[in-house]
Design a protein around this ligand. Sequence first.
Ligand SMILES: Nc1nc2c(ncn2[C@@H]2O[C@H](COP(=O)(O)OP(=O)(O)OP(=O)(O)O)[C@@H](O)[C@H]2O)c(=O)[nH]1
Length: 392
Amino acid sequence: MKLALIGVGHAGSRIVDRALERELETGRDLCNGNVLVFDTAADAFDDITHVPSECQVRFGDIHPDVDADGVGGDPDLGVTVAREDVQELRRAFDAVDFNDVDGLLLVAGLAGGTGGGAGAVLLEELQAICDKPIYALGVLPEADEPDHCALTASRALQSFVEIADNVICFDNDAWRSTVSYTDTAESEADRPYDELDRTAVSHVMTAFGASESAAMTTAAENRIDASDITRTLETGGVSSIGRATLELDRSDDGLSWLPSWLPLPSWLAGDAVDGPADAAEVKRLVRRAIDSQLTLPCAVDSTYRVLVVLSGPPTAVSRKGFESARYWLEQETGTVEVLAGDEPRPDSATLTATVLLSTVTDVPRIDALQERGRTAKEAVDESEAGEAEFVW
Ligand SMILES: Nc1nc2c(ncn2[C@@H]2O[C@H](COP(=O)(O)OP(=O)(O)OP(=O)(O)O)[C@@H](O)[C@H]2O)c(=O)[nH]1
């Protein structure tokens, strides 16, 4: 599926930049050069290296309340300046060829004043000018960020869900344990988000970019196309992605000195296999994808629709393996709406299962965020008279 990538705020811009980096690394052409990043801060694009400068749009900077730091975490100011500069934002969209893509993905940190506030206005604008599906990738804040971040994120999530066709979530808090910055970073600005951003991007790109690989010289037997992804996501709400990889090639594992006839004990062989993965192995791989750290932790049996993509050498997946994985997913998720397809990568030494869980409804993390947001709002209401404007 070809997707125009629109980054809003620091998090959104950085993640989109990482997506372009990954396009180069993997040969998956997801956006075909249809990319834009928007921000309100003066230093917004300092660490952007792959998005061309003509695709970097700073807005809101003449508003008296916007300083070098942009809207400074205030989503209402983010909404105000985006609405004031709406003509400029619309002009920027001229750089995107909507006929060249199957949909759009707006990426934003939901706790940011620019990402969460202006991001919602940009979604509204995109829905008004484009008849393709408009998806969002929304980043949820970590639990140790201040209460106002939880409030902004829960409000923004509500707006995004209302406006976008589907919101894929990436939970920084769930993934923070996978990176080692918590002990050293003194402030949010010091946190090295690169690894988190690469993780978010790799999940999104294997789910959406399954048929966009330059290495895909072989016709897929059961190819995923844009309409499969659109159908999976058309139920709206929030979605999550899981992924697992199986090593197919043991030549670099340090065991090549062993004679090939020697059967390896399972603790040495791990999950690696030499030849085609049989039905049980494919099923195990898909199970690992579901049990893996999801981009948004959730109860998998609360999903409406599922898409599973198997990426690897065509010889690695037997038809039986494919069908048994699909059947297992139907049982596990309690839905018959499971679409499955393969992405042939003939030279790949791995087989990857990517599972897109669309419209998940049992998400304790979001319940907790909303509860914290409610408490923070009550505290704000008690100390301040009057209601702030917001999009929904
Ligand atoms: N995964 C990821 N999360 C980030 C990154 N930068 C910030 N965040 C998270 O996103 C939230 C929003 O931060 P920013 O993106 O910096 O905010 P912004 O949208 O630029 O908004 P303002 O700073 O208010 O103008 C933060 O609270 C963090 O939770 C990033 O590069 N990657």
